[in-house]
Design a protein around this ligand. Structure first.
Ligand code: GAL
Length: 317
């Protein structure tokens, strides 16, 4: 089988089914890449696929569904996985990181009730294995702040951050998570006041943090921007444009560092949303380039050749 991915085309898992892992995240754990993402079919919320080469994806499990086990871990979280009309809620942009101390895989996700878009809450779930049935711990608003598009970032020292769009998406908040990653410890930053950035995706290279975001235009793609900082909690730069006016018809999902024997490259994963035709949504993989501090760029390639062992991502015309 080829190791070429065609950007924006329908991708299939190794059983030949459409790969539904939208707005997702890839966790690299014990030599395996786990791709988590939204799957809105039937009673499913989040699906998990596994790969060792980042090209061939084996379906593992629907890790969060309307029927997932529920267990409260804090007071006053909303534990319902269905809304008051008995329908599905909306769970968007799942991210999963591993907590070495508790040995738990911890998932954070954006929660809406499936009736309107006013809940603006974050929800948490955990599991003992990367692809098992996650236990849902409910949704809440961090310190009462609205919380929509979100991501997680785990630093080398084990500190983890939850980053989400607050104040009707006007500002981006960075929250440091407590040691078990199950709750927020501190609001450490409020970024780009009134710029309406969403779809945050973070990477770290040579000690510098970079965050890509989109503007706030629903399913329609727009100009991506990035910023950088010496510390998550410190001062972040202004926003700089990256990619073209539509970020090559995509919205950031996450950035994956791929460390091979000789080099580390950074993979931009974007959602190419189907909008009303949500299930037609596809993905784009592109190499992110960083030649000097504070500089990040993204070029378009219709095809990508991946070599996970080498850590190389090569764009093909
Ligand atoms: C986007 C958001 C997506 C989804 C969409 C719905 O702004 O990034 O995750 O919520 O709106 O319109």
């Amino acid at each position: 089988m080829s190791d070429i991915l065609k950007n924006g085309e329908k991708w299939f898992d190794t059983e030949g089914n459409v790969l539904h892992a939208h707005g997702g995240y890839i966790l690299f754990q014990d030599g395996v890449y786990y791709w988590y993402g939204e799957n809105r079919l039937n009673n499913i919320y989040v699906s998990c696929y596994a790969s060792t080469d980042l090209v061939h994806w084996e379906f593992r499990n629907h890790i969060l569904t309307t029927d997932s086990a529920v267990q409260g871990t804090r007071v006053r979280a909303d534990l319902s996985l269905k809304n008051e009309k008995g329908g599905k809620v909306n769970l968007e942009r799942p991210k999963v990181i591993y907590n070495k101390k508790t040995k738990k895989y911890v998932l954070w996700i954006h929660y809406e009730n499936g009736i309107n878009y006013h809940c603006a809450a974050a929800a948490v779930a955990t599991c003992d294995t990367p692809d098992g049935d996650f236990v849902y711990h409910g949704s809440f608003r961090p310190y009462g702040y609205m919380s929509r598009d979100c991501t997680l970032f785990q630093d080398e020292d084990g500190s983890a951050y939850f980053i989400s769009a607050a104040r009707e998406n006007a500002d981006i908040h960075i929250y440091k998570l407590q040691e078990d990653y199950l709750n927020i410890a501190r609001l450490v930053n409020r970024l780009w006041q009134g710029e309406y950035r969403e779809a945050p995706a973070v990477m770290k290279k040579d000690g510098v943090y970079y965050m890509m975001t989109s503007f706030c235009t629903g399913w329609a793609p727009n100009q991506g921007k990035y910023a950088y900082a010496d510390s998550m909690e410190g001062e972040w730069s202004m926003l700089y444009k990256i990619g073209d006016k539509t970020t090559y018809n995509s919205q950031p999902a996450f950035i994956l560092p791929i460390t091979g024997q000789t080099e580390t490259q950074y993979l931009y994963v974007g959602d190419r949303w189907g909008g009303e035709a949500y299930h037609e949504s596809s993905y784009i993989f592109l190499p992110l380039k960083n030649h000097q501090k504070g500089e990040l760029s993204l070029e378009w390639y219709p095809e990508i050749e991946m070599d996970a062992a080498k850590g190389s991502i090569t764009g093909k015309e």
